[in-house]
Design a protein around this ligand. Structure first.
Ligand SMILES: Nc1nc2c(ncn2[C@@H]2O[C@H](COP(=O)(O)OP(=O)(O)OP(=O)(O)O)[C@@H](O)[C@H]2O)c(=O)[nH]1
Ligand SMILES: [Mg+2]
Length: 318
């Protein structure tokens, strides 16, 4: 199951939600004080019930998402945490319903409408205030989850390598992606997607944050995004090596990372030298984002890989 975080609704704060429900109730009328009070309470109950249900049902069942999305959500906001917040909304919904049902029963039983209203309003507001943190968390999650890209099922090439070696520069030259490029490591912090048009079909190109050669448990959150892209999305990998070491990392460490990637991911790995305008190494395909050298050849190789239908063993579901 895929998931488009951009479709998640904005979530009100507790104050805004109380405002919304009480404002709607303030417009309600009735034939007498008692009936009016009953109508007000039913309105509050309906507004809250609709609201809570809309937020809860807009979220997918996170455990059933495809691997890539599920792990990205977990890395980005924590699945346990978001489930806890959505659970708090359900709790608030049933609590406010119960308070309102009781209030209506008391009104029908002849209690003073003004007193009942005052008490129920107070208790409902207090319940909603108690979930303020959760409402805010769900709203912040929505913003953070927007960073997870929407993917297609086209043949997918993941660019990987040490930080600052020129991955984003190459990708910006050959695909529709518009990554940020800068002369310091960890410029790319999120997974970015672009496409190469290859005569009728598309190749999906994924830019990833740079990786250091170290065990997975030592990797930071930024690097882990790259690992998830490699693990779940790559039909093929382009491993970018900067032999000039102007990236700030020795060639030896880059090769060691390359070997680790070859060992851990069972897809074709294409090795490419970047910054060809700065060096004479030609024992691998050498490309330059500055002069354009090698770019055409790189796309040709990607096309051949994409045409090899064996990749069709799908990496992620519909
Ligand atoms: N001379 C030259 N410089 C390049 C070339 N490609 C990239 N650079 C420079 O190398 C630096 C890093 O480029 P990026 O494309 O941001 O590298 P990256 O691998 O995406 O880096 P991270 O996102 O930090 O992992 C920038 O200063 C680029 O201008 C190239 O072909 N030739
Ligand atoms: Mg980059």
């Amino acid at each position: 199951m895929g998931f488009d975080p951009r479709k998640l609704p904005t979530v009100l704060t507790s104050e805004e939600l109380i405002e919304k429900a009480f404002r709607r109730a303030s417009r309600v009328t009735g034939r007498n004080k008692r009936e009016k009070a009953i109508n007000k309470l039913s309105t509050i109950s309906n507004v809250l019930d609709d609201y809570f249900n809309r937020i809860i049902s807009s979220h997918p069942s996170y455990d059933r998402l495809d691997n890539f999305y599920r792990e990205m959500v977990d890395l980005t906001v924590g699945i346990g945490r978001i489930k806890k917040s959505l659970g708090a909304l359900s709790w608030a919904n049933s609590m406010t319903k119960r308070i309102i049902t009781k209030g209506i029963r008391r009104l029908k039983g002849g209690r003073d409408p003004e007193n009942v209203l005052k008490e129920v309003y107070g208790r409902v507001a207090s319940i909603i205030e108690q979930i303020d943190d959760e409402l805010r968390f769900i709203n912040e999650s929505k913003m953070k989850l927007r960073e997870i890209p929407t993917l297609t099922r086209d043949f997918t090439v993941v660019f990987a390598g040490y930080p600052n070696v020129g991955k984003s520069s190459i990708i910006s030259k050959l695909s529709t992606a518009e990554p940020e490029i800068a002369s310091y490591p960890f410029t790319t912090r999120k997974i970015l997607v672009g496409y190469i048009d290859v005569g009728g079909s598309k190749i999906q190109v994924i830019d990833t944050p740079g990786l250091l050669d170290r065990p997975i448990e030592k990797r930071n959150r930024i690097e882990r995004r790259a690992i998830l892209a490699l693990r779940y999305l790559a039909n093929s990998v382009v491993f970018v090596i900067d032999p000039t070491e102007t990236c700030g990392y020795p060639l030896q460490s880059q090769i060691s990372l390359l070997n680790e990637i070859r060992e851990n991911f069972d897809v074709p790995v294409l090795e490419v030298y970047s910054k060809a305008d700065l060096h004479g190494f030609r024992d691998r395909l050498a490309v330059s984002a500055v002069t354009g050298e090698g770019m055409k050849e790189l796309v040709e190789v990607l096309k051949i890989l994409a045409e090899d239908k064996s990749y069709k063993i799908s990496k992620y579901g519909e």
